[in-house]
Design a binder for this molecule. Structure first.
Ligand SMILES: Nc1nc2c(c(=O)[nH]1)N[C@@H](CN(C=O)c1ccc(C(=O)N[C@@H](CCC(=O)O)C(=O)O)cc1)CN2
Length: 282
């Protein structure tokens, strides 16, 4: 079989960000207000610091303002909730992003729920999850939203196809499965307790690897012609898919880097401008 075609997330993200920049400029011209994303980071995990910086840089290039709140690693749940509530009430802030993970001593769910739904541009609240699951207007989780955009861009038909999601995290695995279900795919979730993972993956027309285990999904476990989405972001820019072997079996595959990652940030920027437009009554 010939090699898979690459799904170029960098190129698609660039287009989405360009369109978003035009929308941001139009909104600022019309209202005199620059859309603003608040980023909140607890602690100094180097990967998280990098991701937040990437988000701020892309905001700047797209004409979106950003405000950063850096909190010490010892921050309590109550303090974090207080910070997120006050950003939720601040009319100069249109979108809020709490960088995950926040540290084991913090109740991350309580923190996410302190984000006002109309500012939840990262799509992490229960309200966003429910709206997304029922196909109602609202904000999608950024990586899942970016994945669906990539699948659409490459003309992947989802209706009636077997999708296997490996991973069940709140911001990635669970929501991407719901988005695939809303598109009429037959969705199976796999996780750490799944028996014989390779045999389940082998049945998939579309595989989404979102578990945080470097190169867990091997080419021999990929059905010939399947679409492979690697949403893993492990240290050293290594995905959850063994790219070299999977590329020989798949029809379409996302690389790491340059696949899902850039789409995560593009979706965040796009949703920030949409949130600002709604809050400004445009
Ligand atoms: N609140 C959130 N926290 C986290 C999310 C999220 O969507 N919301 N996702 C991940 C990490 N993440 C964003 O935060 C993220 C990871 C990777 C990339 C990315 O573009 N990676 C590049 C390579 C990076 C590089 O060049 O150094 C790529 O894949 O091409 C973007 C965002 C965890 N936390």
């Amino acid at each position: 079989m010939s090699q898979a075609r690459l799904m170029d997330g960098t190129a698609l993200a660039r287009r989405v960000v360009e369109e978003t920049a035009e929308q941001a400029a139009a909104l600022t011209g019309r209202t005199g207000t620059v859309p603003c994303l608040a980023t909140v980071l607890v602690g100094e995990d180097p990967a998280s610091v990098t991701y937040v910086r990437m988000k701020q840089n892309r905001c700047r290039r797209a004409g979106i303002g950003s405000r950063h709140v850096a909190l010490p690693a010892e921050t309590t749940t109550e303090e974090l909730v207080g910070t997120l509530r006050s950003l939720s009430e601040d009319p100069a802030v249109h979108g809020i992003l709490l960088q995950h993970p926040v540290g084991d001593h913090i109740d991350e769910r309580a923190a996410f729920e302190a984000i006002a739904p109309e500012k939840d541009v990262d799509g992490v609240t229960f309200a966003s999850f429910a709206a997304m699951s029922f196909g109602l207007p609202g904000f999608v989780s950024c990586t899942p939203g970016g994945i669906l955009r990539l699948l659409d861009e490459y003309g992947v038909e989802l209706g009636g196809r077997r999708a296997v999601v490996v991973g069940r995290s709140a911001i990635l695995g669970k929501p991407v499965g719901m988005l695939l279900l809303a598109r009429d795919a037959t969705v199976t979730y796999c996780h750490s307790r799944t028996a014989d993972l390779p045999s389940v993956v082998r049945e998939a027309d579309v595989v989404v690897a979102a578990v945080g285990r470097p190169r867990l999904i091997r080419g021999q476990d990929v059905k010939p012609g399947a679409v492979v989405i690697d949403a893993g972001y492990n240290p050293g820019n290594v995905g959850d898919v063994d790219y070299d072997s999977a590329v020989e079996r798949a029809s379409l595959i996302t690389p790491v880097p340059g696949g899902v990652g850039p789409m995560t940030i593009a979706t965040l920027l796009e949703q920030t401008v949409h949130a600002a437009a709604r809050q400004l009554g445009v």
